[in-house]
Write a protein that binds this ligand. Sequence first.
Ligand code: F6R
Length: 268
Amino acid sequence: MQVIIFDNAQDVAESAAEWVAELVNKKPNPVLGLATGSTPISLYSALVNKYKADQISFKQTTTFNLDEYLGIEETNKQSYRHFMNENLFDHVDIDKDKTFLPTCNQGENPRKQGLAYEDKIADAGGIDLQILGIGANGHIGFNEPTSSLASRTRIKTLSQQTLNDNSRLFAADEFQPTLAMTMGIATILDARYVLLMATGKNKAKAVKDMVSGALSAACPASALQQHENAVILLDKEAASELEDQEYYVWANMQNQKVNKEFGLYHNY
Ligand code: F6R
């Protein structure tokens, strides 16, 4: 795991945007894995700014989102499709026919639909770079604690903590889904690179468990310890419970020296 600690959330977003630009501008037909939630909003706005400044084009890009709520239409303002349109897709030159979310049509077998999503990712050549946030309970995607580390795209029941954490986004009289279709942990681990963004004090405990806790389904994000190319971008608050902060800062300086000497090389 490469842990990089930034002064603030904006720097986390700018760094994540550089990672995306590096992939999208260099690789033909890049495949991006995307996340929703509060954390990546500033990443998407940085990408929109880059697009407006002619520094990036998404024409060749295919995207797969981590998750989508069950039981609400795509047109519902709470759907993750709506979120992606609002925050990114409507503002850049992406072909929306190449943007996918793990939706689950009513009346169709959800297991089959989950597997079909896996097939679609494989047909696109696999995910080059997966953007992730982390839940305060250590979830990635909607893989709640106790999710199988070998899980694939399927329906999950959201935990009470996740429902409470996300209730801020729903009006009192609005339906808050309790089920979602989500990529599994094994699906996420298949991505060539994963880039997890975490900001704010309320993520500090989950970040500590992910980085230096036991590899355990109790903290699904700890599965990233087994990923060859997992990069963790943190602001100071999210990093505040890490014991080895000085080491991460030092290691990052060394990495920058190596990158300067030999250039950046991502094995997409
Ligand atoms: C979103 C997702 C979730 C969020 C996590 C953090 O697609 O899969 O795992 O990344 O719940 O959400 P925020 O960023 O709102 O704190």
